[in-house]
Design a protein around this ligand. Sequence first.
Ligand code: FNR
Length: 181
Amino acid sequence: MKILAFAGSLRTGSFNKSLLRASKELAPEEMEIHIFDLEGIPLFNADVEEEGDPERVTAFKESIRTADGILIASPEYNHGMTGVTKNAIDWASRSAKDAPISGKPAAVFGASPSVTGTARSQDQLRQSLKSVNVRCMPQPEFLLFRAHEKFDSQGNLEDLSSQKFLKKFLQACSNWVKSFE
Ligand code: FNR
């Protein structure tokens, strides 16, 4: 099972990027997670699209198209998803008639230093994914709150209960994706 994963943060030390790396390690055997770094994806512009997708966008859309499912680590800015996350969805939703993201099973999760742990950004993201016909896993939800206490300085997820729950979450993702085979 091939899962395309991306984090809506460009930061080198991003908790959400670290969460994806931890997921790669803790995923069930059948799940192969490929992380796509959104660095280099330009802001969506229909004029640019008309001239032909930029190379990085083509690569992103192709990796979504060939994946069995999608995993999105969604940081939270100002009680919503980041512009980076939304911009990625916008590109992946084009063309309207042949959108690579349409119909894909997906799961969202996220990490934040706050106590609300990306609850609001995940809600907003789910709403947006609905509009592009993505089959988003409803439960379980995974919110890594007080993320700065859960990773070590190298970005390794060292908190044992978070590791345990992440494993459960990823197994649920696998089951969710399988249910659409
Ligand atoms: C934040 N942050 C934040 N956190 C949160 O839980 N709710 C929020 O509304 C916001 N708002 C917000 C706005 C802006 C502009 C910034 C820069 C930050 C904190 C945010 O969760 C934190 O910077 C994370 O570390 C971002 O995710 P990455 O980059 O670590 O993946």
